[in-house]
Design a protein around this ligand. Structure first.
Ligand code: HEC
Length: 253
């Protein structure tokens, strides 16, 4: 009895944490299509262009990503590798996706060092990431002039602003159940245009999140295929075993 109550409380905790976390804006759903390699390739390109300067993906190698997503070594070298080794030469396709910025410099510049993003799709989830990357808005009070509706007072600048343009937040004052008033974001207003339309930007972020999801679990696709294969094999075995049983017992009755 006691055990089951502890279990119940344990199951409830994440839900309560989520409820206490408060509202985030934006809060749109996303689903990742794991068979869409083209989307993940586009995401990889965005990642190496816009993120890998600060964040590493230190458990992945360029050529492994290339192999999984169908990008040749040559294309990889030409379009996706912008990092260099200690000698200043372009990183090899077999090297890890690390960055040269050190922890200390990162902390000094941004307040918090940019974390490694290898597993972020698992720790934060794809829903969170999709909204976080679409959640930057203008805020003069912040060091880089932007804040975020999903990660308030984040230390990261809006690195995709040239694509998305800049938005300002529309806020409303609400009263919570304790009678305290506070402001929540209820919408965004475009202030300046980027090179993409809002729909194109949403798609680009979706591609990027698909890539991050792949990065966090490169074996997901293989695992699913193996699972299906095993189930089909067991089914065939079941039919064969049944037929064999019928054959053996035919003369007994
Ligand atoms: C100029 C450096 C810089 C670039 C470029 C950059 N980031 Fe960041 N990012 C940061 C910093 C600094 C933080 C830590 C912010 C904090 O904790 O306040 C961060 C935090 C994050 C987080 C939150 C991690 C967590 O779980 O707390 C995610 C996700 C993220 N970045 C994704 C991206 C993506 C995707 C890109 C590319 C589009 C990108 N970043 C480009 C500096 C950068």
């Amino acid at each position: 009895m006691k055990k089951s109550m502890i279990l119940f409380a344990g199951l409830l905790l994440p839900v309560m944490g989520w409820a206490a976390g408060g509202a985030i804006y934006p809060d749109d759903d996303i689903s990742i299509d794991w068979s869409d390699k083209a989307a993940m390739q586009r995401g990889a390109q965005l990642f190496t262009n816009y993120c890998l300067s600060c964040h590493s993906a230190q458990y992945s190698r360029y050529n492994r990503v290339g192999k999984d997503l169908g990008i040749s070594d040559d294309l990889m070298k030409e379009n996706l590798i912008f990092t260099t080794n200690e000698l200043g030469e372009q990183s090899k396709v077999g090297s890890l996706m690390t960055v040269t910025m050190n922890q200390e410099y990162g902390e000094k510049s941004f307040g918090t060092a940019p974390p490694d993003l290898s597993l972020v799709a698992r720790s934060r989830g794809t829903h969170w990431l999709y909204n976080y990357l679409r959640g930057f808005y203008l805020d003069d009070a912040r060091p880089f002039g932007v804040n975020n509706g999903v990660f308030p007072n984040v230390g990261m600048p809006h690195v995709l602003a040239e694509l998305e343009g800049l938005k300002k937040a529309v806020k409303e004052e609400v009263e919570d159940s304790h009678g305290n008033k506070h402001e929540v974001i209820t919408g965004f207003e475009q202030v300046s245009e980027g090179s993409m339309t809002p729909e194109q930007y949403d798609q680009a972020v979706k591609d990027l999140v698909a890539f991050l999801d792949y990065l966090a679990e490169p074996y997901k696709q293989t695992r699913k295929n193996v699972g299906t294969g095993v189930l089909i094999f067991l089914l065939v075995l079941l039919i064969l075993a049944y037929l064999l049983k019928k054959e053996y017992w035919k003369d007994v009755h």
